[in-house]
Write a protein that binds this ligand. Structure first.
Ligand code: NAD
Length: 500
């Protein structure tokens, strides 16, 4: 069985820690590899490598850094099928969805191609007579990224292309559940011309992560994962003087107003709730129907649509399934436990995804699409992130009630409203306490040239990922005030300079 190691100093290297974790094919339940769980010392060695590379890479001109990104874009496009296959094999999502996530990551590379423009800084002529001022966006140094299992390509690509384009070097600690994709992405970046040591991958668990959070050579930490870990990452790394952005979990609501177009609502909800088996931080897991008529209609439409869904392996010889398995047996069991709790707490189970077997894949981690009606705010399936193919319908009497429900929830990642009424939509956009908002768009993931991030317990730290916030996160400002002999005053000045 192959052992997945690290990528340090421009090459794949075996780990010496002696600790490994299993990597499964979720569609079959078979173990397909083991992944190294790197030691603290190996992680420190990777940081030393990245620190040495920073001295060289930070002096490479922005134009030449951009040229590496242009070449990288070309290579990712060329190898898209191969990368999507790796994603699908270890994550389980269907092939076309895997290609979709790669495209969203590729868009960040395209954004990073514009770094000479993005990192220009600011300049003011004559802030005082004969005095000029300019601000330079300097790279930070060695930065680190820690990513979750659900987007093994896209989430790392939210981080490292921008960080590296800004002149930093980077240590990536991918999810130990599906580690092969980031390694391939690292190899292609080397092929694109990136000098050795600029981008390193350390596979592992808490032992490696804790070094990244505390080692004084790390300047900034980007994290995406569950909220308890995001909070730990934020508090530990910031206590060690680092800049941190830590994105956490979600419970994304979609309001369905009585005037919404029913077919648009049901089509949008099907994809947003069950795409990627609900293992998306922007999946819609709660539909809030305003009025019983809307809810009755929606439940009927959803039930009919779910009956036509196909569930199967991410890659198969036949027609592609709509969704695949969950990531691990443990996670599938957790999702099944949530369904049990919904039933026990009195929600109406309309479509039951338990005891779901895909023929030929009896040991795969499949949970069927599940639909609950009459879910109430106090229930566990409403309060907690399920991260599976489980959609909850909550019935309310008014738009205000729906808005208050969303604003009272601890998470604030994404949300959407479906309506034809501009006034209601405008009120929602203004008053909802959520970071990413869709109007008749179910999964409003911002494009690479905007920034991605939630509010409340979905994000710890002030800056969102990629887009303008990404460039701000991976640079620090240095502001220079300069005068030359013609601007010098005759004698010493003892009062506060006011630049007249
Ligand atoms: P996770 O929090 O279990 O793991 C994320 C990363 O943290 C992994 O690399 C893991 O190895 C590491 N980690 C886990 N426990 C740790 C510990 N005790 N100390 C240090 N490091 C630790 O998350 P996951 O299960 O891989 O991913 C699913 C979660 O990610 C969901 O909650 C989902 O909402 C969230 N997510 C959020 C976003 C977003 O943009 N907000 C995007 C994708 C996923």
């Amino acid at each position: 069985m192959s052992v997945i190691g690290n990528f340090i100093g421009g090459e794949r290297v075996a780990s010496t820690s002696g600790r490994t974790g299993p990597v499964y094919n979720p569609a079959t339940g078979a173990q397909i590899a083991t992944v190294a769980l790197s030691s603290a010392d190996e992680t420190r060695a990777a940081i030393a490598n990245a620190e040495a590379a920073f001295k060289i890479w930070s002096k490479v001109t922005p134009l030449n850094r951009a040229r590496v990104m242009f070449k990288y874009k070309e290579l990712i496009e060329k190898h898209a099928d191969e990368i999507a296959t790796l994603i699908s094999q270890e994550h389980g999502k269907v092939f076309s969805d895997a290609k979709g996530e790669l495209t969203r990551g590729l868009e960040v590379v395209e954004f990073a191609c514009g770094i000479p423009h993005l990192q220009k800084g600011e300049h003011s002529l004559n802030v005082g007579r004969g005095v000029d001022s300019y601000s330079q966006m300097m790279p930070m140094g060695v930065c680190a990224g820690i990513s979750p299992f659900n987007f093994p390509a896209m989430v790392p690509m939210w981080m490292f292309p921008v960080a590296i384009a800004c002149g930093n070097t980077f240590i990536m600690k991918p999810s130990e559940k599906d580690p092969s994709t980031p390694l391939r992405l690292a190899e292609l970046l080397k092929e694109a011309g990136l000098p050795d040591g600029v981008f390193n991958i350390v596979n592992g668990d808490k032992e490696a992560v804790d070094v990244l959070l505390t080692d004084e050579r790390i300047q900034a930490v980007s994290f995406v994962g569950s909220t308890p870990i995001a909070e730990y990452i934020y508090s530990t790394a910031s206590a060690h003087g680092k800049r941190v952005q830590a994105l956490g979990g979600a419970k994304n609501h979609m309001i369905v107003m009585p005037d919404a177009e029913p077919s648009q609502v049901v089509n949008s909800l099907m994809g947003a709730a069950y795409g990627s088996a609900g293992e998306r931080c922007m999946a819609i897991s709660v539909a809030v129907c305003v009025g019983d008529e809307v809810a009755d209609h929606l439940i009927k439409d959803l039930s009919e649509n779910i009956a036509t869904m196909t569930v199967g392996a991410g890659i198969s010889d036949g027609p592609e399934a709509h969704m695949g398995p969950l990531i691990t047996r443990e996670h599938a069991d957790k999702v099944l436990g949530f369904i049990d709790s919904g039933v026990a707490e009195g929600a109406t189970l309309v479509v039951d995804g338990r005891n779901f077997v895909v023929s030929g894949h009896e040991n795969g981690y499949f949970v069927g699409p599940t639909l609950f009606d009459n879910v109430k705010a106090g229930m566990r399936i409403y309060q907690e992130e399920v991260f599976g193919p489980v959609l909850c319908v909550v019935r309310v009497n008014s738009y205000e009630e729906a808005l208050n429900l969303i604003n009272a929830h601890e998470y604030g990642n994404g949300t959407a409203i479906f309506t034809r009424d501009g006034d209601t939509a405008r009120n929602f956009v203004e008053n909802v306490q959520v970071g990413m908002v869709g109007v008749n768009v179910p999964i409003p993931v911002p494009m690479a040239f905007h920034s991605f991030g939630g509010w409340k317990r979905s994000l710890f730290g002030p800056l969102h990922m990629h887009g303008p916030d990404g460039v701000r996160f991976y640079t620090r400002m240095k502001t220079i005030t300069a005068r030359w002999p013609t601007g010098l005053s005759a004698g010493p000045e003892f009062t506060m300079p006011t630049m007249k």
